[in-house]
Design a protein around this ligand. Structure first.
Ligand SMILES: Nc1ccn([C@H]2C[C@H](O)[C@@H](COP(=O)(O)OP(=O)(O)OP(=O)(O)O)O2)c(=O)n1
Length: 228
């Protein structure tokens, strides 16, 4: 098992990893930061803790929130992941996160966050990174072709008795949350992904030039050896 660096993640994006929305600022040295969506509930009341008038999620002291990530992710059979806390968040008093992303999972992720502090903790959806995801290469590809888990773990939400409103249902029903090809199409729309593609094709051209120069030098040397 090897952890993917930022270079590895950039190389795998669009091949073995799809992320939408993809933003280069969320890519760290060896992880990718995830932001919250507007879908967030208090675990004990089962009620939404997102305030649309302020565009904020508020986790009250000594409560646990369930928050859907804004990012939808797919990984192939060659990759798995681990969700971790960010020091910025735990330093405010949130509990640690340590859960797993299975090969072949697709969709947003459901993150449970406990506020151990005495003060409310606020998160701005789509802006504040609140969890980080590490990707690992698997030594051999996983044999589990499809995970039976639903995007955003809707299965768990209904078990917990969380009723989704119209907007929440629409958010989770978007095609790219459940369909790998649709997710790739969305990734292709991301400006920061277009930059990766441009840089990759420049790199390929540079590598090809280097190879052709090496080849030419080799033939010239060999021809000279034959002549003299
Ligand atoms: N914080 C997390 C962690 C994982 N997942 C997604 C991605 C994982 O591939 C999938 C399954 O994760 P677990 O195996 O931890 O889930 P369960 O506890 O439900 O176990 P199982 O899948 O064995 O039923 O759920 C998620 O949405 N939010």
């Amino acid at each position: 098992m090897t952890i993917l660096s930022d270079q590895d993640i950039r190389q795998e994006i669009g091949i073995n990893i799809y992320i939408y929305p993809y933003k280069k600022d969320n890519l760290k040295g060896s992880s990718y930061n995830l932001t919250a969506s507007q879908l967030a509930w208090d675990l004990s009341t089962r009620k939404s803790i997102y305030d649309s008038s302020q565009n904020k999620i508020t986790i009250q002291p000594k409560t646990t929130a369930l928050i859907e990530t804004n990012e939808s992710i797919w990984v192939s059979q060659k990759i798995s992941g681990t969700y971790y806390s960010r020091v910025r968040e735990v330093s405010k008093g949130t509990g640690h996160i340590s859960t797993t992303l299975d090969p072949n999972y697709i969709g947003c992720s459901l993150i449970a966050l406990r506020n151990h502090s005495q003060s409310p903790i606020e998160i701005t959806p789509e802006t504040d990174p609140f969890v980080t995801l590490i990707f690992q290469y698997l030594h051999t590809p996983s044999t589990k072709e499809q995970t039976r888990n639903t995007s955003g773990r809707r299965d768990l939400l209904s078990t917990l008795g969380i009723q989704l409103n119209k907007e929440e249902t629409e958010f989770l029903d978007r095609e790219f949350m459940n369909n790998k090809d649709a997710l790739l199409n969305k990734l292709l729309e991301c400006d920061d992904y277009k930059i990766i593609q441009k840089n990759e094709s420049k790199k390929k051209k540079r590598d090809l030039n280097k190879y052709q120069i090496k080849r030419k030098t080799f033939f010239l040397k060999n021809n000279n050896n034959i002549l003299f």
